[in-house]
Each structure stands twice: as structure tokens, then as C-alpha cells.
Ligand binder design. Structure first.
Ligand SMILES: Cc1ncc(COP(=O)(O)O)c(C=O)c1O
Length: 463
């Protein structure tokens, strides 16, 4: 497959700015696009001349960048053919971000498990398990216990929900993938928050949708822009509750007035993580047609791999039909344990929220001390700060940060077209001492970048 020069230019975004020679910045950014999967393996790159025109730069710059990529094994060349994307054969695993155990991993925004509470829930689940033994155990929509528990979770929050409006999935990501498979056709336009959750971008890109980004500014969502985009989109995907990555919570006034003309998926994965505000009301109270997805990954533990979709039974039936192509159900014990946890109200644990508040404050304090020029507003909830640097250095910082003991998710992972090169996402899910150490490492990495250092690390996985 040939990649068009303008498509590469769009992915690169603002690569021109930043320290170091232009060809080095260009090869670094192209390498990250390869490692990130945005330039697919085997695809044919634009010619040097075409890319130089698309980037408004010299052919010498593109030629030098391509030569570096060939030297490091990221491009293969053949006589009279376009260079094709490849990966070096010999990348040792420790050079891949997130794989060195000594590195502090700030790429995942997910809390550790509440051990005792989980033990007790699994003990209760094992006691209930025998009543499932008489049946085959394949259940496309989930166990009755968990569907009822999720329905009650909505009801306690003010939204009456019959259990047949709930479909249990293997996490919210699975819920989103199933919905994309059911509702999105190639070339459909999908409205997304910009920035947004990176795996939502991958999901809709894999469905061959065209993404329609609508800015989530520091001041929040713009109702008029959302509604205008909603008129031309086939689907909208929004994270109104403690948005990943900004931590913003959509105000009640916006929820009440927002009318989207297209089907709308609302991701409520972060709902129970209200730190400085009351928990938001379920979105579907204001938009009854909303398709809600949720999960216990952030409020309890990601390892449970339990999520759900709340929608009409007719849509859930269509989703179930789609599901056969990928999986045949969700493990029963995890469902029973999650039902226990939800029924006991364990998704909202004041102690866990207090710990997150204190870790968030430590992280912000460490930024003030070690990276005072970085702007990171205090989010009202969720698990992450969305930090802004004065310079567009995010991808290069992410590539070099593991050399200074920390791995981070670069800003462009959260957007399209190379946007957010001044941002990084910083989760506050680790203990305070590690957070402070990580910020010290980032400050050192930034200084090294200023001295012209380059990194060889690929992007870390994100969640
Ligand atoms: C907004 C958002 N949606 C969905 C997910 C995926 O959640 P799960 O672990 O339940 O698949 C995440 C995880 O980071 C997330 O931040």
C-alpha cells in the first residue's frame, strides 16, 4: 500500500519546531509513526521529492531523514522502488518502552488492585459459581447477576435501567470495538473528542472510519461545534466524565443542552473517579438515546476485564450477533465477583479517592519544583494530568525519557494529524515517591533534549 505524501504530512503535524537539525527531527518523528503503527509495516513511503513538497522542506532534509531510517532498519530500499516501512530485526526488548522493570511506567493510567476487597469478592463468587455449572457457560450477554448489578448501579445514580438493556463485555475497550463493528462502515465519519483515548482512535481507524475531531479545550466542550459535527457524522464518541486525557468533566449545562443528530457512544469508564466534584449524573438521563459504555477497570481493577454496554435490547441483539466473530462471552467467575463488588458499592471507595487526590497533588507539586514551565491544570477527577510544555517536544521526550528512568505517553497518541506535540499525559496512579522520581527523570530528559540528545525508544503501550 502506498502512503500519500499529504497523509504523512498530516500525521507528522508540527515536526519542524524544536531543537536539533531538521533531518533528525524528521527521522525521529517518522520512526515514532512506524513504531506507533500509524505507518503500517510494508507500506510504501512517498518519494523524497513528493514528501519534501508536502512538508515545504528541502529534498536534502527528507533524503537525510530517509537515510537515517534505512540505517536504523525502519525503511527498506530497492532500486527504482519506493522505500517501504519495516522494523529493525534486532531491537532488543529492553529498548522497547515500558519493558524495562526499572523504568517508572507513566504510560498506563490505571490503579493497582484493592487486594482484600478483591479476595473477598472472588471468595463470594466461587461460592456462587456451582449454580452456573448446569449450563454450558457460554453467555453472549453476560450473567443475570452482573447485568442486574450494573442495572442497579445506574438506578442508584438516578437512571432506571432494565437488566435487558445491559450487555457485559470484556472491558470498555471491547465494548467500543463491538459497537464500532456494529455501527461503523468504512468511510463513515466518526466524531471524537480531540484529544481522546488513544485506543478509541485505533478502534475507529481499524473500522476504516474518517475521524472528525472536535476540540476539548482547557475550557471544555463547545456545544455548537459538537452539534455541527454531529450533523455530518455517522457516530459520535465522547468521554464526558473525567475525560481521558484532560480529566475534564462536562458541565451539567452542556449535557442538558447538547443535541447530537447521530448515534452517540458515551464512555463512562471514569465516572466513579470524582475527586473534587460530585459524581456526574449518567449521561443518558439527558440524552435518552445515548449508548453508554462502562467498566470497573479504573474504579476497581483493570485485571478484572469487565465492562458493559447500556443500550436498547434491539441494538444489543445486533452487537451480540457481531460478537460471534471475535469471542463467545466473558468469564463467569470475574462476572460474579464484579457483581458482588458493584452491589457492595465498591466502585466508590473514599479511601482510594483520597489516595488519588494526594497522589495528584504530589505530582503537581513535583512539576512545580522540577518542571516549573510546564502547565498542568488540576483535573476535577479521573486519573491523569494533561501537561503542556512551551515547546513541541512531546514525541522526542517520550523517545528519550526511558533513558532517564521513566516512560510516558506522548501527546500525539491522543490525537490525529500530529496534534498535541506540546502535551504529555501524566497519570497519578503510582505511589508519591515514584511520581516525584519520575518527574525528576522527565526534567533530566528535557535537559538532555535541549543538549541535542535523541532517544531510541519506541512508544509505550497506553491505557
Ligand atoms: C476512556 C477510556 N475508555 C476505555 C478504556 C478501556 O477500559 P477497559 O480496561 O475497561 O477496557 C480506558 C482505559 O484506559 C479509558 O481510559
Amino acid at each position: 500500500m502506498k502512503v500519500a505524501s499529504h497523509a504523512v504530512a498530516r500525521m507528522l503535524g508540527t515536526w519542524q519546531e524544536g531543537p536539533g537539525p531538521a533531518h533528525q527531527r524528521l527521522s525521529d518523528r517518522l520512526r515514532l509513526l512506524v513504531l506507533d503503527g500509524r505507518l503500517s509495516l510494508g507500506s510504501a513511503m512517498p518519494s523524497e521529492r513528493d514528501l519534501a513538497v508536502a512538508l515545504s522542506t528541502s529534498r536534502t532534509t527528507v533524503g537525510a531523514a530517509y537515510r537515517t531510517l534505512v540505517e536504523h532498519g525502519y525503511l527498506a530500499t530497492r532500486a527504482r522502488a519506493r522505500a517501504t516501512v519495516r522494523l529493525p530485526d534486532d531491537t532488543p526488548p529492553e529498548r522497547r518502552a515500558g519493558t524495562d522493570p526499572a523504568t517508572i511506567d507513566l504510560s498506563f493510567a490505571a490503579p493497582p488492585a484493592p487486594v482484600e476487597i478483591l479476595h473477598a469478592a472472588f471468595a463470594a463468587a466461587l461460592e456462587q459459581l456451582p449454580r452456573h455449572f448446569e449450563r454450558h457457560g457460554y453467555d453472549r450477554s453476560g450473567t443475570a447477576e452482573l447485568r442486574e448489578a450494573v442495572a442497579h448501579w445506574y438506578e442508584r445514580r438516578g437512571l432506571p435501567t432494565p437488566p435487558d438493556h445491559i450487555l457485559i463485555t470484556n472491558g470498555a475497550q471491547h465494548a467500543l470495538a463491538l459497537l464500532a463493528r456494529t455501527l461503523v462502515s468504512p468511510r463513515d465519519k466518526v466524531l471524537i473528542d480531540h484529544p481522546t483515548y488513544p485506543h478509541a482512535i485505533s478502534t475507529f481507524t481499524a473500522a476504516r472510519a474518517r475521524l472528525l475531531p472536535v476540540a476539548v479545550a482547557p475550557s471544555g466542550w463547545d456545544t455548537a461545534q459538537l452539534q455541527a459535527a454531529g450533523r455530518i457524522a455517522s457516530l459520535a464518541y465522547l468521554i464526558p466524565d473525567f475525560h481521558n486525557p484532560t480529566g475534564l468533566c462536562m458541565p451539567a449545562s452542556v449535557r442538558q443542552s447538547l443535541r447530537l443528530a447521530c448515534p452517540t457512544v458515551i464512555d463512562e469508564t471514569m465516572t466513579d473517579l470524582a475527586l473534587d466534584t460530585a459524581s456526574p449524573e449518567p449521561f443518558a438521563m439527558h440524552m435518552p438515546t445515548a449508548i453508554s459504555i462502562g467498566s470497573v477497570s479504573k474504579s476497581i481493577w483493570g485485571g478484572l476485564r469487565i465492562g458493559w454496554i447500556r443500550a436498547t435490547p434491539s441494538l444489543l441483539e445486533r452487537v451480540q450477533q457481531t460478537r460471534y466473530a471475535t469471542d463467545l462471552g466473558t468469564p463467569v467467575v470475574e462476572q460474579l465477583a464484579t457483581a458482588v463488588l458493584l452491589n457492595e458499592g465498591r466502585t466508590q471507595r473514599p479511601g482510594a479517592l483520597q489516595q488519588l487526590r494526594s497522589q495528584r497533588d504530589t505530582l503537581r507539586q513535583a512539576l512545580t519544583e522540577h518542571l516549573p514551565h510546564v502547565h498542568a491544570p488540576q483535573p476535577a477527577g479521573g486519573l491523569t494530568l494533561w501537561a503542556t510544555f512551551p515547546q513541541p517536544i512531546s514525541s522526542r521526550l517520550a523517545a528519550i525519557a526511558p533513558d532517564h528512568g521513566v516512560s510516558i505517553a506522548a501527546g500525539p497518541r491522543f490525537g490525529i494529524g500530529g496534534a498535541f506535540e506540546r502535551n504529555i499525559r501524566l497519570p497519578y496512579t503510582l505511589p508519591p515517591s515514584q511520581l516525584t522520581q519520575a518527574i525528576r527523570g522527565l526534567a533530566q530528559a528535557e535537559q538532555a533534549l535541549t543538549r541535542g540528545a535523541t532517544g531510541a525508544h519506541g512508544p509505550a503501550p497506553v491505557a
